[in-house]
Design a protein around this ligand. Structure first.
Ligand code: CMC
Length: 379
């Protein structure tokens, strides 16, 4: 009988509170704060554009005016896709989810990278910019092609987030929509060692390429316990017609042991620091669109869930209301999240390359030993 050397091992279920590596990119404070490279998101969100945040994540410092202009120009010049990728998006089955298309096409894009065999630092930094630029284009192109509309080319005079919404919807954003999409993308740009970032870092830690690492991240973000929650939030909001129905609906979910989408968090023990900003954006947009009843419904849901479970809304709750008000169909909510988080993913992939250590945990074996082998003809 073999000795089980694993018996003394301690399993940390769900890797709760396990620090898997050091990072300088972002800090998720359980007391309800979030920092990008040391800057509180509360100080950034109303003062910077998404490109500044992407630059900060990738370069460790905020850009000056010239650096920002150059970075924006570089991003806009990279917002195109190879013909083969466009054709592949066209041939995706109508029933495919936009996150499946995004996962597939990022992987596909890797085969057309002009420097595909070069993984030097200079090239992987260029590649990060390429991915930050092209992920939103894949999302926009899929939507345009699915509704039989022409692809839209970005405008040099538009900001990056503004261009993304323009390429997606085909109409320029007005001033309030511009602010909303910029802040949405800023607030989604990075978030510590969340599941998709960790997946990206595990893949990068094997020295696999950036496209592989981002493909892992997209597959992980897609799940409803992570970025997939925002789409499910909208499904819930579609299912509740009035504030009077909220109590019964939430109680029914809890009685059935179902999770309320857009609520709860692994790290924050108080309100997610992104929520207060998204709540304000949601209120402004709903006010404009004369859909304040949806906003009031959300406030009611927040109160009822907090009363019953003592948990708070996370980033996905009001993100759903914001994107809905921007007339983004709900199946594209998670792709909009991915189109913003790509800045954080690529920054973490670069940090992982620099750390140069294989991420390979252990497990505690609790299976059998000493089983007698039986040949196939005797089984
Ligand atoms: N609905 C109902 N109960 C909940 C929820 C929820 N959304 N979230 C947590 N709880 C309960 C949980 O059942 C547990 O209760 P009890 O102690 O009675 O068993 C308690 O709150 C503590 O939760 P936990 O099990 O420690 O939470 P976790 O860290 O394992 O899971 C989570 C975190 C985000 C997966 C979970 O809160 C959840 O499933 N939320 C719904 C999905 C969602 O909104 N995901 C987005 C996450 S944040 C942004 C992102 O990453 O995209």
């Amino acid at each position: 009988m073999n000795e089980n050397h694993d018996s003394d091992k301690v399993v940390v279920r769900g890797l709760r509170d396990v620090a898997a590596a050091e990072t300088k990119i972002s800090f998720v404070d359980p007391n309800g704060a979030l920092y990008y490279l040391g800057y509180s998101i509360d100080d950034l969100v109303e003062r910077v554009c998404y490109e500044e945040v992407a630059y900060l994540l990738l370069n460790g410092k905020l850009p000056n005016k010239n650096e920002l202009d150059d970075f924006r120009a570089q991003l806009i010049s990279e917002m195109n896709l190879p013909e083969a990728v466009i054709n592949s998006i066209k041939s995706a089955p109508l029933c495919s989810h936009p996150m499946e298309v995004l996962r597939t096409e990022v992987s596909h894009l890797g085969m057309y990278d002009p420097d595909r065999d070069d993984n030097s630092e200079k090239v992987y930094r260029k590649r990060a910019i390429r991915l930050v630029a092209k992920v939103p284009t894949i999302v926009a192109a899929h939507h345009r092609l699915r509704i039989n509309q022409k692809l839209v080319t970005p405008k040099e005079e538009f900001g990056f987030a503004e261009n993304f919404l323009y390429m997606f919807r085909g109409i320029p954003a007005d001033s309030e929509e511009k602010i909303a999409i910029d802040r949405f993308m800023t607030l989604h740009a990075d978030h510590g060692f969340n599941a998709s970032t960790f997946a990206a870092r595990v893949t990068a830690s094997t020295n696999s390429g950036m496209y592989s690492a981002v493909t892992s991240a997209i597959g992980t973000l897609k799940g409803p316990l992570h970025g997939g929650a925002s789409e499910k939030v909208m499904l819930m909001l579609d299912n509740i017609n009035t504030e009077e129905e909220v109590e019964e609906y939430i109680q029914g979910m809890l009685d059935d042991q179902k999770k309320i989408m857009g609520f709860g968090h692994r790290v924050y023990k108080t309100e997610d620091p992104r929520t207060k900003h998204l709540r304000v954006i949601a209120e402004n947009l709903c006010h404009r669109a004369n859909s304040l009843s949806l906003y009031s419904l959300c406030l009611k849901i927040e109160n009822v869930v907090h009363e019953k479970k003592k948990i708070f809304p996370n980033v996905d709750f009001y993100a759903a209301v914001v994107l809905n008000a921007l007339r983004v169909p709900k199946e594209y909510f998670t792709p909009f999240f991915a189109s913003s988080r790509i800045a954080g993913w690529t920054a973490h992939i670069i940090e992982q390359y620099q750390d140069a250590v294989l991420l390979r945990p252990s497990s505690k074996y609790v299976g059998e030993f000493g089983r007698t082998f039986v040949p196939i003809e005797n089984r």
